[in-house]
Design a protein around this ligand. Structure first.
Ligand SMILES: *Cc1c(COP(=O)(O)O)cnc(C)c1O
Length: 395
């Protein structure tokens, strides 16, 4: 039998235990708020089914997806008491799908509110929802004038069971950006008009702006997956992702030889190259051309020439030859090459690196520690040690 993943050009390892630890770290930062999780876009490319299950076992019970379809898929993997919120709300005509699959829409516009209210009337029962207000990002949510109109309308939120009033921060990773305070006070002003309603404002970075931004429900995504929540500060989150690419072959080139499409790199002296089995079709972005860095063992080595669809080429002249034999794996993302530094090489953000991760990788999941149970609970459940039980503590 060959090594696991030997048939794949690259291996992606996702540490579910680190995701659970990151969840606990964020929850500890705000004892008074409930901590949810953004698992949209297939949990930022890491696999929503596995990630959401690990988070549910760590005690999370509020999950955010973007599309209704994502919510329908996710519902199959989560315990019945888990709440799934659909950030984009329902599109016209799809309201009933939310009810069938027990998904709670985030209502972002007067139209979405009217459609939800109409369904509540038709079914003759209150239907749960989050209402989003725009506090300065001009993306989703009611404007100030629309909030006025909603509150003036006697029908307004009739039949809508308002779970949370929500808004989203535009600049939270930049802690001293004036937008943060401006959005907070805009949100506070709207919230004062819905006095009985709970509120939700903070994404990952918002949590690190301090307790005034926490309200009742936190919505972290990025930080759970190891992305640094505060720009320019040490990253308190555990790394979650390791990406390794396989060496296909090595070769020597001489002064004047070109590398890759467009011949954008030309060697000034003799170099040893290794060609890796990873390219832009895997989400290893073309923007890494002549800019990216890879770890061959302990050596940090540059990408030379353009990244192709299925391959890229690195300069291993200074690397230990044993680390770049054909079949060896080099690290593209690892503790020595943190995801935020990798993103900076490509002139992008770590969110885009994760959500671009390709389908061709061999995926390995490192399992989360099962939730801690007392010996009595273990006995009661007649479970051997280290078996996951479903009645872990939820907040
Ligand atoms: C994606 C998203 C989040 C999570 O944001 P992170 O920066 O990944 O923590 C929270 N709220 C909304 C509305 C989002 O769209």
């Amino acid at each position: 039998m060959s090594e696991q993943g030997a048939c794949a050009g690259a291996v992606l390892t996702i540490d579910l235990g680190a995701i659970a630890d990151n969840y606990r770290l964020l929850r500890q930062r705000s004892p008074q708020a409930v901590c949810g999780a953004a698992v949209k876009a297939d949990a930022y490319g890491l696999g929503a089914d596995r990630v959401a299950t690990a988070l549910a076992n760590a005690g999370c019970r509020h999950f955010f997806v973007a599309h209704l379809d994502e919510g329908i898929q996710l519902r199959r993997h989560l315990p019945a008491h888990a709440e799934i919120y659909v950030l984009h709300g329902q599109s016209p005509g799809a309201e009933m799908e939310c009810v069938y699959h027990r998904l709670t829409p985030v209502l972002n516009s007067t139209n979405q509110i009217a459609d939800w209210r109409a369904l509540a009337r038709r079914l003759d029962r209150a239907l749960p929802a989050i209402v989003q207000v725009d506090s300065g990002m001009s993306r989703l949510g009611l404007s100030g004038a629309e909030v006025d109109a909603l509150l003036d309308d006697p029908e307004g939120l009739h039949g809508v069971e308002l779970r949370y009033l929500m808004s989203h921060l535009a600049c939270a990773e930049a802690q001293d950006h004036p937008m943060n305070e401006a959005q907070l006070s805009a949100f506070e002003a709207v919230r004062a008009r819905f006095p009985a309603c709970k509120a939700s404002l903070a994404n990952s970075s918002g949590i690190f702006l301090g307790p005034r931004y926490h309200f009742d429900l936190l919505r972290p995504g990025a930080a759970l997956y190891g992305i640094a929540p505060v720009a320019g500060a040490a990253n308190p989150m555990k790394p979650v992702v390791r990406l390794q690419a396989r060496v296909i072959q090595t070769r020597l080139i001489g002064a004047g030889d070109a590398v890759g499409y467009g011949a954008t790199y030309r060697a000034a002296s003799t170099r040893r190259l290794a060609t890796l089995s990873v390219g832009y079709a895997d989400g290893w972005l073309r923007a890494f051309s002549n800019r990216g860095i890879v770890m061959a063992g302990a050596a940090s080595v540059p990408i030379l020439g353009r990244v192709s669809m299925d391959t890229c080429t690195i300069d291993v002249t200074d690397a230990d030859p044993a680390t770049v034999q054909p079949g060896a794996l080099v690290d593209l993302i690892s503790p020595a090459r943190p995801i935020d530094a990798v993103a900076a090489d490509a002139g992008t953000i770590a969110y885009e690196i994760l959500t671009s991760l390709g389908r061709r990788y061999h995926r390995r999941y490192l399992d989360a520690e099962p939730p801690r149970t007392t010996p009595v609970e273990r006995q009661a459940a007649k479970l051997p040690r280290n078996v996951t039980v479903s009645n872990s503590t939820y907040n």
